[in-house]
Design a protein around this ligand. Structure first.
Ligand SMILES: Cc1cc2nc3c(=O)[nH]c(=O)nc-3n(C[C@H](O)[C@H](O)[C@H](O)COP(=O)(O)OP(=O)(O)OC[C@H]3O[C@@H](n4cnc5c(N)ncnc54)[C@H](O)[C@@H]3O)c2cc1C
Length: 521
C-alpha cells in the first residue's frame, strides 16, 4: 500500500464514500480513513439489543439515497456489490392523542379516503396538489440537486419564470420562504392533516414557525404519495457495505479504526493528513467529511473570516434514539392499520411541535418530545427472528446540553443520568398510543445525544443533521457564503458531508457534487 494518493478522505460517511467512488471511477487513487471501527457514520446497522435483532443505529429511511443522482449513476456497480432495498408503499402516518389518525400510502385512493375522514376539503386539496406534483417536482428537485452558486440559483429562477410566469415565480419564491405553519394553514383545514405533514419538518429543524420550512412537509408528503419510501434490505448499512466493497474491488483504500488527527498544509496548500497512529499520508486533494468546528481543530485555522464562520456554524437540537427488540408490533389504538406504516409520527399538533422545539432550543428537556416510531420489520422481517420485531424510535428534540426540564420532573443535568427518565417519557407517549407495547419489550438500547456524538463527532450535541438548515445557513450559505461548493480558503482542501449544501440526509449530494467538480464532470 502506497502512502500517496490523488485524494485522501477523512471519515467514511455516505458523502465521502460517494465522493471516493466517483473519483475512483474517474481514475483517481483514493484512500478513506475512518476513526470508528465500522464505516458509515450515521448509516450503520447492528445487533444493539439482542442477537438476531438488527437495528439501524441512526438513519433508516434511504429514499434520498435511492433517488439520488449518485445512486442513479452507480446503481449497477453498487447492486453488484450487495446494495439492496425494500420498497415501502405505506411510508408515513400519524397517531393523535384523541384517537384519530391519518397516513399516506402510494395508492392515492387510500390516502384520499384517510384524509377525507378528517376533511373532505383537504382530500380534494391533496388530489389537486398531487396532480400538480409532476410539474412542480423537476423545479424543486433540480434546485436541491444542483451546485449552489448564484448562477445556479439565477438559472433556477429564470427557468421557473419561463415555465410559470411572473406571478407563478413569485408564488414559488413565497412558498420557499414560508414556514410550515404558514403553508399548511393556508392549504389544509384539518389540524391532523397539518400536524401529520408538519412532523416532517421536525426531522430537520423546521419547527412549524421556522421560515423556509414549508418545502419539507410538501416534498415528503408528495414524494411519499408518489414513490413511497425505501429502506435497506436487512439494514441501512446495505449501502455502506456496498460502497466499501465497490471501492475495495477497484483497489482503493478504506481503513477503519484510525482517526485523522491533522490536516497537513505546506506552502499554503493542503498536502495530506496525519493519522493518530503516526502515519503521514500525502495526497493531491484532502476531502474532510467533518463538522465545521472539527475542520478548525484539524487545521488549526485557515483564514480569519472563514474560521469565524466555521465557529459560528449553528447546530440544531439533538436526538435521542431508542432501539427496541419486541415480541410483536405495537397495537395502535387508533387503528390496526398503523402497524403497516414504516413511520408512525407521534407529533400531536403544530402548537406542541413549536413548544417542544422552543424548549429544546432553550436547553430544556421537552415535556412532550416528538417521537418518530420506525417499524422496519413491518416491511423487512429479515431484521428480526421469525415473528419478532424491532422498533426504531427517534426522539426529537433533545438539547445537547441540559439546562432543565420543561416537564418539571427530571432533575438530572447530564445525559448519563437524564437518558433513562427522558427515554421513559417518550416510551410513555408510545404506550399511551399503543397500550401493551412495554410488555412486548424483549431488549432495549437507549442512545442519548452524547453517545451519538461520541460515536460520530459530526453529530455535535447529538444534532442529527450536522447543522441547522434554517435559511441563514442553507442554500448559498451552507456552511458559509462562498463555500457551498465545499471549497475552503486553502487550495486542495475541501469540506464535505451534511454540513455542506445540499445538507443532511443519505442522498450523498455534497460528496457527489464535490467529486464531480474535482473530476471535471
Ligand atoms: C439519528 C439519526 C437519524 C437519521 N435518519 C435519517 C433518515 O432516516 N434518512 C436520511 O436520509 N437521513 C437521516 N439522517 C441523516 C443522515 O444519516 C446524515 O445526514 C448522513 O448520513 C451524514 O453523512 P455524512 O457523509 O455527512 O457523514 P457522517 O454520517 O456524519 O459520517 C462522518 C464520519 O466521519 C468520521 N470522522 C469524523 N472525524 C473523523 C476523523 N478526524 N478521522 C476519521 N474519521 C472521522 C465519523 O466517525 C463518521 O463515521 C439521520 C441522522 C441521524 C444521526
Amino acid at each position: 500500500m502506497s502512502d500517496s494518493y490523488d485524494a485522501v478522505l477523512i471519515g467514511a460517511g455516505v458523502n465521502t464514500l460517494a465522493a471516493a467512488l466517483h473519483l475512483a471511477a474517474r481514475g483517481r487513487r483514493v484512500a478513506v480513513f475512518e476513526r470508528a471501527q465500522v464505516a458509515g457514520g450515521a448509516v450503520k446497522t447492528g445487533e444493539y439489543t439482542l442477537p438476531g435483532f438488527r437495528h439501524d443505529w441512526a438513519a433508516m429511511n434511504l429514499s434520498l439515497f435511492a433517488a439520488s443522482g449518485f445512486f442513479k449513476q452507480y446503481a449497477e456497480e453498487l447492486t453488484r456489490h450487495g446494495a439492496a432495498f425494500v420498497p415501502v408503499s405505506r411510508p408515513f402516518s400519524s397517531s393523535f392523542p384523541d384517537g384519530s389518525w391519518c397516513g399516506v400510502s402510494t395508492d392515492l385512493e387510500g390516502t384520499v379516503a384517510r384524509i377525507a375522514a378528517l376533511s373532505d376539503r383537504d382530500a380534494e386539496t391533496w388530489k389537486r396538489l398531487f396532480a400538480a406534483f409532476p410539474s412542480e417536482a423537476p423545479h424543486l428537485f433540480g434546485l436541491l440537486n444542483s451546485p449552489m452558486r448564484i448562477r445556479a440559483l439565477a438559472y433556477f429562477f429564470w427557468k421557473t419564470w419561463r415555465a410559470k410566469g411572473t406571478a407563478g415565480t413569485a408564488d414559488l419564491g413565497r412558498f420557499l420562504l414560508s414556514s410550515p405553519r404558514r403553508w399548511l394553514g393556508e392549504t389544509f383545514e384539518s389540524a391532523q392533516v397539518q400536524a401529520m405533514l408538519a412532523a416532517w419538518g421536525m426531522h430537520l429543524d423546521f419547527a412549524p414557525d421556522i421560515a423556509g420550512g414549508a418545502l419539507f412537509p410538501y416534498l415528503e408528503g408528495m414524494a411519499g404519495q408518489a414513490y413511497g419510501m425505501v429502506i435497506g434490505a436487512g439494514g441501512a448499512d446495505t449501502i455502506v457495505k456496498a460502497l466499501v466493497a465497490a471501492l475495495t474491488a477497484r483497489g482503493q483504500v478504506v481503513e477503519t479504526g484510525v482517526s485523522v488527527d491533522r490536516i497537513l498544509i505546506a506552502g499554503g496548500r493542503a498536502t495530506g493528513v496525519r493519522l493518530a497512529d503516526g502515519r503521514s499520508i500525502q495526497a493531491g486533494q484532502v476531502i474532510a467529511g467533518v463538522a465545521p468546528s472539527a475542520l478548525l481543530r484539524l487545521t488549526g485555522g485557515l483564514a480569519a473570516g472563514f474560521d469565524a464562520r466555521m465557529r459560528a456554524f449553528d447546530h440544531a437540537p439533538g436526538t435521542l434514539m431508542i432501539h427496541l427488540a419486541l415480541s410483536g408490533l405495537p397495537d395502535w389504538s387508533a387503528s390496526p392499520e398503523l402497524k403497516t406504516f414504516a413511520y408512525v409520527h407521534l407529533a400531536p399538533s403544530l402548537d406542541q411541535m413549536a413548544r417542544t422545539y422552543a424548549q429544546a432550543r432553550a436547553g430544556l428537556l421537552p415535556d412532550t418530545p416528538i417521537v418518530v416510531v420506525g417499524q422496519p420489520t413491518s416491511v423487512d422481517p429479515s431484521r428480526a427472528p421469525q415473528g419478532k420485531h424491532t422498533l426504531w424510535l427517534q426522539v426529537r428534540m433533545a438539547p445537547g446540553t441540559i439546562l432543565g426540564d420543561a416537564g418539571g420532573q427530571i432533575t438530572a443535568d447530564s445525559w448519563e443520568q437524564a437518558a433513562e427518565p427522558f427515554a421513559q417519557r417518550a416510551l410513555d407517549i408510545l404506550e399511551a398510543h399503543a397500550p401493551g407495547t412495554m410488555a412486548k419489550i424483549l431488549g432495549r438500547r437507549i442512545v442519548p445525544p452524547t453517545e451519538l456524538e461520541a460515536d460520530n463527532p459530526n453529530l455535535v450535541g447529538g444534532d442529527q443533521i450536522c447543522g441547522s438548515h434554517h435559511l441563514a445557513q442553507n442554500f448559498l450559505f451552507r456552511p458559509a457564503p462562498g463555500h457551498a461548493d465545499g471549497s475552503t480558503p486553502i487550495p486542495n482542501l475541501h469540506l464535505t458531508g451534511a454540513a455542506v449544501w445540499p445538507g443532511a440526509g443519505t442522498g450523498a449530494g455534497a460528496g457527489f457534487l464535490l467529486a464531480r467538480r474535482l473530476a471535471g464532470n
